[in-house]
Write a protein that binds this ligand. Structure first.
Ligand code: FE2
Length: 253
């Protein structure tokens, strides 16, 4: 069984298409999307269409909750007004351009999906941590955090996104992983410069052989940033000059 995990697409259809093409080449049996699919990119409606058309099962990220809330409250709710400046305009835009039917669809997305890979491995996918789409589960979170998850949940593999910081951690016989960001992903965190972006996208593959063996692979795929910058420029997304500047500053060497 081969499962692909994509996460945090953030409205970036060019990145999603590249990831899905690679997943097709890998002949994955199943794809799960770990949420935060729409805000802060030029193509939220296109992402919705692709995920639906390809019947990709998704969990609900915190930013899906923000869109649903902004749509229902007509952007007057306290929670909407409290959103950070970097995301509020995009949340507002998504809440406007999605139809009522699409918003209902988003609100029906589960927080967790549990999927049996074979008789040895069960996979638990979520956005941030099991049962919660907002908390932070880092590779170096306290052991007590991982111990609590193990005590409360039965799966062998726990997979989330949310932080854009990919890792695979083996702990007390379980596997914890973060699929990273299938939009424009982070290359590394620099002490002085902060987040250094990679000129492309990433996802995770889990493969089991049905006899107890498991292989986990993290893949990064370069994408044509010029095409993406063009798409941003021609979209109706808010703060697009800022986004284009960010993309133009990515080191492609
Ligand atoms: Fe998130």
């Amino acid at each position: 069984m081969k499962v692909a995990l994509i996460s945090d697409i953030h409205g970036n259809a060019a990145a999603l298409q590249n990831v899905l093409l690679d997943i097709k080449k890998e002949q994955a049996d199943k794809v799960f999307c770990l949420g935060d699919s729409y805000i802060n990119g030029p193509n939220p409606k296109e992402i919705y269409r692709i995920l639906k058309e390809q019947r990709i099962e998704s969990v609900r990220g915190n930013t899906e909750d923000f869109i649903i809330d902004a749509n229902r409250s007509n952007r007057n709710s306290e929670s909407y007004l409290k959103l950070k400046d970097a995301i509020r305009p995009s949340v507002g835009w998504c809440s406007e351009i999605f139809s009522n039917e699409e918003i209902v669809d988003l609100s029906r997305l589960p927080i967790d999906i549990i999927y049996k890979l074979d008789e040895y491995y069960q996979l638990h996918v979520f956005h941030a941590s099991p049962g919660d789409n907002r908390g932070i589960l880092k590779e170096n979170s306290d052991d007590a955090v991982f111990d609590t998850i193990i005590q409360q949940h039965q799966s062998q593999i726990f997979a989330g996104g949310h932080t854009h910081n990919t890792y695979v951690k083996r702990y007390k016989g379980r596997i914890f992983l973060n699929a990273g960001c299938s939009g424009i992903c982070m290359e590394r965190m620099d002490a002085e410069q902060g987040m250094i972006l990679y000129p492309g996208t990433e996802y995770m593959l889990i493969e089991t052989d049905g006899k107890g063996a498991i292989e986990i692979r993290h893949k990064r795929i370069r994408i044509d940033l010029a095409e993406l910058i063009f798409e941003v420029d021609n979209s109706g997304m808010p703060l697009k000059e800022k986004r284009m500047e960010m993309l133009m500053n990515i080191n492609t060497k």
